[in-house]
Design a protein around this ligand. Structure first.
Ligand code: FAD
Length: 347
């Protein structure tokens, strides 16, 4: 494999029901940072049926080029035709880096594609950067560092450590990236980009799954990843009923309630509201951590919030290490008093 042949940062522009998902714009934002470091450009790969109209939005968020694979075989997501489409794009255009969202679709498509093109993939990354690999050269050893590598960082061993992984001997370097972690760029309507239509050729085979029916379930929980204000409760809240005081605070602030895993494990709240390594990654403008100790797996999902206010009766709780404002005391007294003060102020 001639690594020099592989150029450009590519992202898989996931779409559902013909509409590009937010993760695609987040990936373009991060791909732009990597492309600037590598002095190259960003390509979005849009795969689907009747999705050409979405290409413009990818351009507006920063894609320099959109490769469109549009075919009736790609109407709904299925592993085999999507893997074929993305693998053929990689074989033809030879990207240096390919980023895919760590969504249910991406977690299926990423590894099947990396296996098809015989390269490595780092799953569920929370940080990406361009740098040297190995990261350091031990004193007295020969310098065998490779430069301009994609350094892919993700939590490992149950979140107890952070691993930085590279793929120095194969191309492309592939990663799935957690939704909500990377930041999209400002939309620039009418921004110029190149549109390339690519047909990898589809021959239906026996391995194709046939979709008989799509049953959609409407979730009755809010999407905490889009909330600007989150009032998050932990085991310290004490019971499902006592979450009422957090509901009231969220209501006066126009925010949403979320929680730690201990709360989900206790059956007080659904998993969709869990923040953290095995929950959602959030980045609200304001995050209240109420009765949450601040375990590393929880911090992994919220530490990039703009402003963190922690309320905990234990002044040594690790949550105070990441909090901008810390209030030590009983949440049963502090939260209702705070709600009352804010309600009075806003009245
Ligand atoms: P606790 O750690 O029990 O903390 C409760 C806090 O409430 C304490 O600090 C206490 O001082 C305070 N408190 C109690 N009463 C009051 C009161 N009246 N007033 C004020 N403060 C009070 N956790 C997550 O949250 N998200 C994840 O995604 C996640 N993923 C995980 C993945 C793995 C592989 C593993 C091993 C663990 C994961 N965890 C996750 C669990 C994590 O390690 C912690 O166990 C969990 O976050 C603890 O939740 P908590 O802070 O609500 O509870």
């Amino acid at each position: 494999m001639n690594l020099e042949e592989y150029k450009g940062v590519y992202i898989f522009a996931e779409q559902v029901d013909g509409k590009v998902s937010n993760i695609a714009y987040e990936l373009i934002g991060e791909a732009k940072n990597l492309a600037e470091a590598l002095k190259t450009d960003v390509t979005a790969v849009l795969i689907g049926s009747g999705v050409k109209g979405e290409a413009e939005k990818l351009g507006a968020y920063g894609a320099d080029r959109v490769i469109l694979v549009d075919d009736p075989a790609l109407k709904e997501y299925r592993t085999e035709p999507y893997t074929h489409a993305l693998a053929e794009v990689i074989n033809k255009y030879k990207p240096e880096i390919v980023l895919i969202g760590a969504t249910p679709i991406g977690r299926d498509l990423g590894p099947s594609t990396s296996a098809r093109v015989a390269t490595g993939l780092t799953a569920d990354c929370t940080k990406l950067e361009i740098g040297d690999f190995p990261l350091t050269v031990p004193a007295g050893k020969e310098d065998t560092q490779k430069h301009n590598q994609l350094l892919m960082t993700r939590p490992a061993f149950g979140g107890n450590t952070i691993a930085t992984i590279a793929c120095p001997n194969n191309r492309p370097q592939m990663a799935t990236v957690r939704p909500g972690v990377m930041q999209k760029r400002a939309k620039e309507d009418g921004r110029k980009f190149e549109l390339v239509e690519f047909n990898p050729g589809f021959t239906p085979n026996k391995r194709y799954v046939e979709i008989l029916e799509v049953v959609k379930k409407i979730s009755d929980t809010v999407d905490i990843m889009n909330a600007k204000i989150l009032v998050s409760g932990g085991r310290g809240v004490g019971s499902a009923e006592n979450f009422k005081i957090l509901d009231e605070l969220a209501e006066v602030l126009g925010g949403e309630v979320s929680c730690s895993r201990a709360v989900v494990d206790a059956g007080w709240k659904p998993q969709a509201l869990q923040v953290g390594q095995t929950g959602k990654t959030v980045r609200p403008q304001l995050y209240f951590a109420i009765g949450i100790s601040g375990a590393i797996q929880h911090l992994a999902g919220m530490e990039d919030s703009d402003l963190i206010i922690a309320i905990n009766k234990d002044e040594d709780a690790p949550i105070f290490d990441v909090a901008d404002i810390g209030i030590v005391g009983d949440l049963n007294q502090i939260v209702p008093a705070l709600t009352k003060q804010i309600a009075n102020y806003l009245a």
